[in-house]
Every structure is written in structure tokens, then in C-alpha cells.
Design a protein around this ligand. Sequence first.
Ligand code: GRF
Length: 196
Amino acid sequence: MKKLNGNLVNKINIAVFISGRGSNLLSIIKNSLKKKSFFKVSLVLSNKKDIKGLQVAKKYNIKTLVLDFTKSKTKEKEVINILKINQIKLICLAGFMKILSKNFINLFKGKIINIHPSLLPKYKGLNTHEKVINNKDKYTGCTVHFVTKKLDSGKIILKKKIEVKKNDNKVSIKKKVLKMEHKAYPEAIVKVLSNF
Ligand code: GRF
């Protein structure tokens, strides 16, 4: 039992959807293991096998599911069922490189969030760091937002900003933004769950 908004509650189950390295997944897991945390990563879903993120999940004994479900109604139903069985209350996309179906997004309205490596609404989609450098932006950062049908356009939960220095390039910026992401994502999860 944990305290949420002054009330005692069981830890809230969340799922993290990944497609690769899983460094955000790791920061979310580490945060969930803190004494005061009131959420638990109960499921990690990947659309790809043999990715680093799955090893991260396994290291922490978290249930994993490898299923490319976004283009099959039957597989999507399977995922929905597993999310229900595991009483998942929030889905966190962390480097998940697939587009979710309208049906899936509607079903979990307000319960799917994503992290994006730019200060949205600037630079939706891919190659965000390259765009920051090419446009000589003074600032960049990351954004955690709700997932809607429109790519990278849902309501913003929080943003974290960093300054782009003269000697920065897309590699150095990527590294700095990722570090910010690792702080931003757990913070955003707490913010969202506190409003449940
Ligand atoms: C992050 O930069 C995130 O913003 C983007 O994909 C990357 C995932 O990295 N959506 P990781 O797998 O969490 O290390």
C-alpha cells in the first residue's frame, strides 16, 4: 500500500511499450522501485525480439510480451486482454516505433502517454535533433504528452528544456536530451497518476 493524494492505495500497474534500447524503460523501472513510488511496471511489451530493452525488463523480473500487434485485429485483441488481466492503468510508450490503431487509442483514451525528443509542438516526427541544429535553435528538450490519433499532438503533460550551446551538434544534443528524458518520464507518470 502506498499513499496517493493522502489516500492509501495499492501500487498502480503500468505497462511500457518499447522497440529498442530501453533507457527510458530503465529510468521508469528505477523510479518505480523507490520507496515512495506508487506505481509498478507490471508489463513490458515490445514489437521486436532481441532488443536491449527486453533484457532490461528481464533483469528486473518484469513480465514481457513480444508481439507486433499494431496491424492485426486478432493480435490487438490479445494485447488488450493481457493489459486487462494485468490490470494496467497506464501505457507508457518509450521509443515504441509503431503507430497504434484508432480503436486501441480510443479504448485507452487518456491512458496512453509518450515521450518525444523535442519541445513540442516543434518538430513532430523523426530527426528532431538534426532540425534543432540546422535551424540554430537556442533551446531544445523533451516532451511527455498524451497519445491521440494525430502523431505527437496530444495534450502536453510536461516539457524539459535545455540550452543548445555553440559547440553542440546532433550527437551531443541527443545525449543531453536523453538525460533529460530520464528525469521527465517518471515525473510525468507521477503527474498523470496523481490525477487518476
Ligand atoms: C527516446 O529518445 C525517445 O524520446 C524516443 O525514442 C527514444 C527511445 O530511447 N521516442 P530508449 O529506447 O528509451 O533508450
